[in-house]
Design a protein around this ligand. Sequence first.
Ligand code: SF4
Length: 237
Amino acid sequence: MGKEGKNTPAPNCALCKFDMPEKVCVSAEGKGGKGCPTLVEKQVLEEANREYDLPDIRSFARNASIQEAECYANRDQRPYIMQPTKTRIVEICEFAKKMGYQRLGLAFCVGLAKEARLVTEILESHGFDVVSVLCKAGRTTKDLIGLEESEMIFQGTDEAMCNPVYQAKLLNHEKSEFNILLGLCVGHDALFFKYADALTTVLAVKDRVTGHNPLAAIYLSESYYRKTRHPEIVSAK
Ligand code: SF4
């Protein structure tokens, strides 16, 4: 059973049993399992697709899809074997140019300050104006959100909190046209998305253990990082 009062199961595409060419979301003759959102949720789909009638949304989605395709080389070859050719930073630069953005906001983590400098240099070399703000900007004390001493990282100090609401509001104030997130923590990133006026893309997410490559833990979750499947040992304090 899916949501309360509803008999159809909730969508679970992640556990769909059909191979890619057999899926109904990929092929019109394909199949979908219980709760398949291609077969079941027609009303929500129509509602979603109506949003693309809005000129801003349509233009953004259209340019994102054009950019997506342009990230592959030699697309006129048949049969086509995918040949990805553009890094994400290049993808961001090209997409922002397609959208005609000039003023970009960069919201980054104090732990990636060096990377933020490099990213700014790259963006500026492409002609963008960059407004950047670090997570600790404003030096708001963690007391504001009621943290106990034992909940601090640097205990015994007046530790500044990460302030994603300030990061977002400052970039709003600076009228950034498009934002780039670099390494914000889980949860801080979500608050940034909630408060930012401009749409936001992510250059990189934080993973303190894997050099900011969270998929490393996923790829290894059936071998050396099997402990990720054991919450009783993975959350050691
Ligand atoms: S949309 Fe349907 S067919 Fe496609 S992955 Fe989800 S459940 Fe499977």
